[in-house]
Design a binder for this molecule. Structure first.
Ligand SMILES: NC(=O)C1=CN([C@@H]2O[C@H](COP(=O)(O)OP(=O)(O)OC[C@H]3O[C@@H](n4cnc5c(N)ncnc54)[C@H](OP(=O)(O)O)[C@@H]3O)[C@@H](O)[C@H]2O)C=CC1
Ligand SMILES: O=C(CO)COP(=O)(O)O
Length: 317
């Protein structure tokens, strides 16, 4: 069965390159001309050549001839896009490849797909993976979450490559929360490192951040084991420790008091605000998330954020 990837950013391009080693793949982008001429995405993923089996198009109808559609758009753009094109997406397998929580509703990507295209098979592909690693064919393992076991097995087989190993789960809520929440913790870790607080502080933020991820996951009915897997703990580890992560780099610049490029896709920024809202409404204790949200909306500076974390009442771990 054919595959199309919608979204010509770094991740969509990387997935299209990786999957087209196995079969023909169509990559849809709203501005495809440069990629069609150069057979490379010079803006978002330079120095990764397109295989011959990869077709780049700006014609959405052509891309939507495929049954399996990977949606590699930024999180806050997802609903608008699929709402506009819902009539063409009906009945397909729609696999969200974005990480985040919608600011206006608190929904995750699978929930959004299910709301906007109810008769599609809604899935998410998530886990520790930098686009450049996937495009270069480096070994990578990801979580594929789909509620329907039969669909899950078929998609797992279709999207696995010799270098890209997929583990499946039915827990779509846990998978989407892991990928969304780890970005918020990565901003916190980057901030700590940028402000010179050291590796021990980062380890504390990762661990206590993970406790917050588990708390939100339990509130939303996710399986704690999913959070301990690739989509949660796995991606937390990668994103909180590597300058390859844009979320971590945003944190570094916050910690250093530098300006960060506003055009960069940093999913944890909107997600921090979205999660803070949900946590406030639900009465969940998520102090690291609140500190990150405060840093980003400028209601806290780094010194005040650290003070807010270190002066909390003492408690059991
Ligand atoms: N990069 C990575 O290593 C990884 C990214 N992801 C996730 O993938 C998602 C996408 O990130 P990434 O590809 O890196 O982001 P990029 O910033 O590289 O690209 C975003 C792309 O989305 C396109 N886009 C934005 N809005 C729309 C819209 N309304 N309709 C159509 N296209 C749109 C942009 O198009 P245009 O160029 O025309 O503006 C651009 O090509 C994020 O949720 C991210 O968390 C997940 C794992 C790894
Ligand atoms: O999600 C990612 C790695 O798994 C990519 O991280 P950034 O979006 O922070 O660059």
């Amino acid at each position: 069965m054919s595959i199309s990837v919608l979204g010509g950013g770094a991740f969509g391009t990387a997935l299209a390159i990786a999957l087209s080693g196995q079969r023909p793949v169509t990559l849809w982008a709203r501005d495809p001309a440069d990629m069609q001429i150069n057979r490379e995405n010079k803006t978002r993923l330079p120095n990764c050549r397109f295989p011959d089996a990869l077709t780049v198009t700006g014609d959405l109808a052509q891309a939507l001839a495929a049954q399996t559609i990977l949606l590699a758009l930024p999180m806050q753009q997802l609903r608008g896009f699929i709402k506009t094109h819902a009539y063409m997406l009906a009945g397909k397998s729609l696999i969200a490849c974005c990480k985040g929580i919608e600011l206006s509703t608190g929904a995750g990507p699978v929930q959004i797909i299910a709301q906007e295209v109810p008769d599609a098979h809604a899935a998410i592909l998530t886990g520790p993976s930098f686009a450049v690693d996937i495009a270069r064919g480096l070994p990578t393992a990801l979580t594929l979450a789909v509620a329907d076991e039969v669909v899950a097995k078929a998609l797992q087989a279709q999207l696995t490559t010799p270098a890209l190993r997929l583990y499946r789960t039915k827990d779509t809520v846990g998978a989407e929360l892991g990928g969304a929440l780890k970005n918020v913790v990565a901003i916190a870790c980057g901030t700590a490192m940028g402000a010179g607080m050291g590796e021990s502080a980062r380890a504390a933020l990762m661990t206590r951040g993970y406790a917050e991820m588990q708390r939100m996951a339990a509130y939303r009915g996710a399986d704690p084991d999913t959070l301990a897997g690739l989509s949660g703990f796995g991606d937390l580890t990668l994103t909180c420790t590597s300058e390859g992560s844009r979320n971590y780099r945003l944190g570094l610049s916050l910690g250093r008091g530098e300006v960060f490029d506003a055009g960069t896709t940093v999913e944890g920024a909107a997600t921090a605000q979205a999660v803070a809202q949900v946590a406030r409404q639900a009465g969940l204790d998520m102090p690291i998330t609140m500190a990150v949200a405060g840093l980003l909306d400028k209601s806290l500076d780094v010194k005040a954020a650290v003070h807010s974390l270190l002066t909390r009442p003492l408690k059991e771990e």
